[in-house]
Design a protein around this ligand. Structure first.
Ligand SMILES: *Cc1c(COP(=O)(O)O)cnc(C)c1O
Length: 380
């Protein structure tokens, strides 16, 4: 039997048309008509002014920090409950991360913890240069509360929406609220270009500069002229072709991901020790991965037992403030002294297979095996 994977790529077939076009015109080099179209399509889909397509989501975050002029020693606030790519670019600039806890309603940045962190930073006269919020597993954070705090202290927000393309908060696309938003098109994301990313903004000027910085900061001259250091961060014209076709099926993929979540929810509704990931009122998650919390059982043990049955599950993100690489970094709990919410999520959570090509049979199989494992684990 084939292994049931967590979230494998799902091509529509139309990708080949755009790849073929690039081949037919021999436009293999990075940049070209597919990149231009992919940027336009992404801007239209998200209703933003400007988009720069990049070779990874991580590169897009790095560019956002460069555009905000982050300097060595600057502080960057970041959600702790995320993948390390959210904050790695801050380390490239020798900036200092401060991690903010998650909250139960969204699993994203806690406005309460952010408020305390900002108050303390203001007292010390060391406000952060940027706040990186992460919409995790497709779920929006409490944008009104977070943006109100950021605006009160006049701190730019970078929205890491790598996992949340197509999700909305009060009808508006995630990634379009802050100074900058970023998306990822890595192989496991809701749509993919095999590898890729995008930086978006409602301001055109910084996106022009992002394109400049991501093409080795080459000045417009007859010869190669460089006044500052740049990067090689642009998306290739072939991969952008995959992106154009993938974007056309994004809404279908979201509908399927949400149906997968609903099916799991139904399958587990009579099991009291399984809690599904919440969805905040007035938000719509793309349900990139169906994730659950499990009481009174060890998720690692369940993951391994699932693996023995040909099912790929995964633990939730280990909070960044618990990572050895960040052991010296400051961390603000959701409620001071009450214990970290992100740590509790990590200790209890599991991501279940959520590939949009899963059959009903496969999904029922995962549900059945989960139920068997839970029955077994809770009577020992
Ligand atoms: C995938 C991911 C990224 C990084 O994207 P890449 O395209 O792999 O560089 C950043 N942040 C989060 C939360 C992600 O899940």
């Amino acid at each position: 039997m084939e292994k049931i994977l967590l979230s494998p790529p799902h091509m529509s077939g139309a990708e080949q048309t755009y790849i073929d076009k690039a081949f037919a015109t021999n436009w293999i080099a990075p940049l070209g008509p597919n990149v231009d179209q992919f940027e336009q399509d992404l801007a239209a889909y998200n209703n933003v002014e400007a988009v720069a397509a990049t070779n990874t989501g991580t590169a897009a975050i790095h560019l956002a920090l460069k555009l905000l002029n982050v300097q060595p020693g600057d502080t960057i606030f970041c959600s702790t409950f995320t993948f390390i790519a959210s904050i790695n670019p801050a380390l490239y600039e020798k900036a200092v991360p401060v991690f903010i806890d998650a909250e139960k309603d969204t699993w994203g940045m806690s406005p309460e913890a952010l408020q305390r962190a900002l108050e303390e930073a203001a007292q010390k006269g060391k406000l952060p240069k940027a706040i990186i919020i992460v919409h995790i597993y497709g779920q929006s954070v409490k944008m009104d509360e977070i943006m109100a705090l950021a605006n009160q202290y006049n701190i730019p927000v970078i929205e890491d929406a790598a996992e949340s393309l197509g999700s909305t908060y009060k009808g508006k696309k995630l990634g379009t609220f802050g100074e900058f938003g970023i998306y990822s098109f890595n192989g496991n994301k809701i749509i993919t270009t095999s590898g890729g990313g995008a930086l978006v903004s409602n301001k055109k000027t910084p996106i022009h500069r992002a394109r400049f910085l991501s093409t080795q900061a080459r000045e417009q001259r007859e010869y190669y002229q460089h006044v500052e250091a740049g990067y090689n961060y642009r998306l290739s014209n072939i991969l952008a072709g995959i992106g154009i076709a993938q974007l056309q099926v994004l809404e279908d993929r979201i509908a399927t991901k949400r149906a997968i979540f609903d099916c799991y929810q139904k399958g587990f509704q009579d099991i009291p020790n399984i809690t599904m990931m919440p969805e905040l009122a007035d938000t719509k998650s793309n349900r990139w991965l169906t994730t659950v919390l499990i009481q009174d059982a060890d998720p690692t043990e369940i993951m391994n037992k699932l693996s023995n049955k040909g099912i790929e599950a995964r633990l939730l993100w280990k909070p960044l403030h618990c990572q050895p690489v960040f052991e010296d970094c400051q961390f603000y709990e959701h409620i001071e002294g009450a214990g970290s919410v992100a740590e509790a999520l990590f200790a209890q959570g599991l991501c279940l297979p959520s590939g949009t090509q899963m059959t009903e049979e496969q999904q029922n199989y995962v549900i059945t095996i989960m139920r068997e494992i839970l029955a077994e684990v809770s009577c020992t």
